[in-house]
Design a protein around this ligand. Structure first.
Ligand code: NIG
Ligand code: FE
Length: 422
């Protein structure tokens, strides 16, 4: 595979484009028109209707989009991409009737991935995660969150976060790292969760943050994980270090985690099947994004839907993500999640597309640089050979032809674009 930095530059004038609804943040009423994008030194220098192109750009080398639909680069705002092994055995257990909680109680679940992650060295973890990242990127993903949380000890959490950083550098993709030390209680702390939370807050987090490995802090607030009070200790530690927080909240039960997270100004609360009216109000007040994870809902054969209509009515922004992880959401297609968000959660197509672009960017604190197209932003956009943006949600697990411009480079070319020097 070519190293990212050897890929062709996307600089020049991109023509023959149809901007997908909602794709551009500063181009009024350009939807569907013959649009153009000018890329200069890896950033968007201009975007708008072709007819309004400033003459200074007209002679640039051009890339003919041949009528392609254009969206911002997709953003996958919740993944656990770096881990050792896989957990197909649990899939079989759940098919035989065991619940996620029962699998965890039987020694499976998160802790079994912790054992495999601890046993792998950094290069092994990298080698396992890189092909997964490549597959995710093929859907047009240009920014991704990667959580730790399968190490649950300083050196192993560090190893995961270092791999996440390396993946971003090597593949030319924006990676936001999230420290999820409070994901599960490691076996060596059985019966001493308070001591483990102290280790997370007082030793692991400050040292990892000091190394520049932490962009945000997350926890799993649940009966099988950490209590509300323990979660708050993690948030206090993050706040002391000036780091934003997010939360795995109300996935299996209503713990009141979303309201707590909102009090700490959380970027996002994720899962939310059991979210209460109080949680919704608190999230709205704080501007916290609701991250919906249909892959986990589907895999766990959950029947409790997140309160979509109430979130919609309250005006809480809804993002959609893969939650890629080896236990509850072993998917590597963000577009499949768009389909499932519509089919299972009844999002409209525009809602689901905003969920993997601008709302997902906001859930990562990247609203100023990712998720919509505007002059001055890094050039992250996707050309889809599709008639209608609804096709992005409609196809079930099929790859639509696409050309991906990521961080100013042509990362994938699904059809032969004509490049002529003008
Ligand atoms: O987002 N809910 C907790 N964490 C993950 C699952 C992790 C696992 O089972 O390995 C999630 O679904
Ligand atoms: Fe998760």
């Amino acid at each position: 595979m070519k190293c990212f930095h050897e890929l062709p530059s996307a600089d020049g004038l991109w023509t023959g484009l149809r901007l997908a609804p909602d794709a551009a943040s500063d181009v009024p009423a350009a939807d569907g028109e013959d649009a153009a994008i000018v890329v200069d030194q890896g950033a968007i220098a201009w975007i708008g209707a072709r007819a309004a192109l400033p003459p200074a750009f007209a002679a640039l080398p051009s890339h003919d989009g041949r009528g392609a639909l254009v969206t911002a680069g997709l953003v996958d705002c919740h993944t656990h991409l770096v881990y050792g092994g896989q957990r197909a055995n649990e899939f079989a257990m759940r098919l035989a009737g065991a619940s996620y909680e029962e699998v965890a109680a039987a020694g499976g679940g998160i802790v079994s991935s912790v054992n495999a992650t601890r046993a792998a060295d950094e290069d092994t973890l990298y080698a396992q995660a890189a092909p997964r990242l490549v597959q995710l990127l093929a859907d047009g993903v240009c920014a991704i969150e990667i959580k730790s949380g399968y190490g649950l000890a300083f050196e192993h959490e560090r190893k995961q976060l270092r791999v996440a950083r390396r993946l971003g550098e090597d593949h030319g993709v924006t990676v936001r790292t999230t420290f999820l030390g409070a994901h599960a209680l490691p076996p060596e702390y059985a019966g001493r969760s308070g001591d483990y939370i102290a280790e997370v807050c007082d030793r692991m987090l400050p040292a990892l943050a000091d190394e520049g490995l932490v962009d945000a802090v997350d926890a799993f607030c649940e009966r099988i994980a950490f209590s509300l009070a323990e979660t708050e200790r993690v948030f206090q530690a993050a706040t002391r270090l000036g780091l934003p927080v997010k939360l795995h909240a109300e996935q299996l039960s209503d713990m009141g985690g979303a309201a707590l997270a909102a009090r700490y100004g959380a970027l996002s609360c994720d899962h939310l099947e059991h979210l209460s009216a109080e949680g919704i109000a608190a999230m709205h007040e704080a501007g916290t994004v609701a991250v919906l994870l249909p892959g986990a809902y589907y895999t766990l054969r959950d029947t409790q839907l997140p309160p979509i209509e109430a979130l919609r009515t309250a005006g809480v922004p809804m993002a959609v993500s893969t939650d890629h992880n080896p236990g509850t959401s072993p998917t590597l297609s963000l577009l499949l999640m768009v389909n499932m968000a519509c089919t299972l959660f009844r999002l409209t197509v525009p809602e689901a597309l905003a969920g993997v672009t601008r709302h997902a960017a906001r859930a990562l604190g990247l609203a100023d640089t990712h998720g919509t197209l505007a002059a001055g932003r890094p050039a992250n956009f996707v050309l889809w050979q599709l008639a209608d943006s609804a096709e992005l949600a409609y196809w079930l697990g099929q790859q639509a032809p696409r050309t991906i411009v990521r961080q100013g480079r042509i990362a994938s070319m699904a059809h032969a674009l004509e490049k002529s020097v003008g």
